[in-house]
Design a protein around this ligand. Structure first.
Ligand code: CTP
Ligand code: CA
Length: 224
């Protein structure tokens, strides 16, 4: 039904989408992660596949089943996600970075399980590689879509990320609003394009938001 509705408009397009959180290990049993459920990225993968795209889903650890007809690459850390994405970037037409990638990872992984001591614990973290920025810097032919999770000044920060990462579109969502975003079934986003235009997608189920995003990207990719 969906393929008919959208006239198979993604047929033959190669689309890679990242989804979910990353986890950054601290010791043998502990790690740092975030609130991402992966639902928005999975919805994008499902929607694209139903419209005929050849979809690769690079996923951090999540609790949802992969959509049918999508090849899934499971990763854990930001570094693993970087490898999984960059090793596959050449063959893609469109890359959508929906994952909530950790910005920091422990400077070193402790061997075994850390024993508690008196007093406070200091851990040191270093920056991870910004995958979207890397893709923007090495962009050849592909269309590059990033997300921006913001709690304030959504438009300003999203536009900043569009520039800084050389993306073609930034899909911004307000993660401060708990009726949408991370744990919710619904989402509402605003897309910011390179030509300065923007496009609002009102609050609706994530699968419908995914279809709207794909329609907007298709249109923009065409005129780019
Ligand atoms: N991103 C990425 N690699 C990272 C961090 C972020 O590819 N190491 C991508 C995300 O997948 C998303 C976009 O960059 O598509 C924006 O992520 P976000 O966390 O909103 O922005 P940051 O650039 O990390 O800045 P900050 O968290 O400070 O707002
Ligand atoms: Ca971040």
């Amino acid at each position: 039904v969906t393929a008919q509705k959208y006239n198979n408009d993604y047929a033959g397009k190669r689309l890679l989408v990242t989804a979910g959180p990353t986890i950054e290990r601290i010791d043998a049993v502990r790690y740092m992660t975030n609130n991402s459920t992966g639902r928005m990225g999975y919805a994008l993968a499902e929607a694209a596949a139903s419209r005929g795209a050849i979809v690769t889903l690079v996923s951090g650890p999540v609790h949802i089943a992969p959509p049918k007809g999508v090849s899934v690459v499971n990763v854990e850390s930001a570094e693993e996600m970087f490898e999984a994405v960059t090793s596959r970037m050449e063959e893609q037409d469109i890359i959508v970075k929906a994952a909530a990638v950790a910005d920091y990872t422990p400077v070193s992984r402790l061997t075994g399980k850390l024993k508690k001591q008196e007093g406070s614990l200091d851990l040191s973290f270093k920056r991870t590689t910004d995958i979207l920025k890397y893709l923007g810097e090495h962009k050849t032919h592909h269309y590059l879509a990033g997300f921006a999770a913001e709690t304030e000044q959504v438009a300003a920060y999203a536009k900043g990320k569009l520039e800084k990462k050389n993306a073609d579109v930034i899909i911004a969502n307000n993660v401060g609003d708990t009726s949408i975003g991370f744990k919710s079934n619904n989402n509402a986003v605003e897309l910011f394009f390179k030509d300065g235009s923007s496009h609002i997608i009102e609050k609706m189920p994530k699968i419908d938001v995914a279809h709207e995003i794909l329609t907007a990207i298709k249109k923009d990719d065409h005129v780019r």
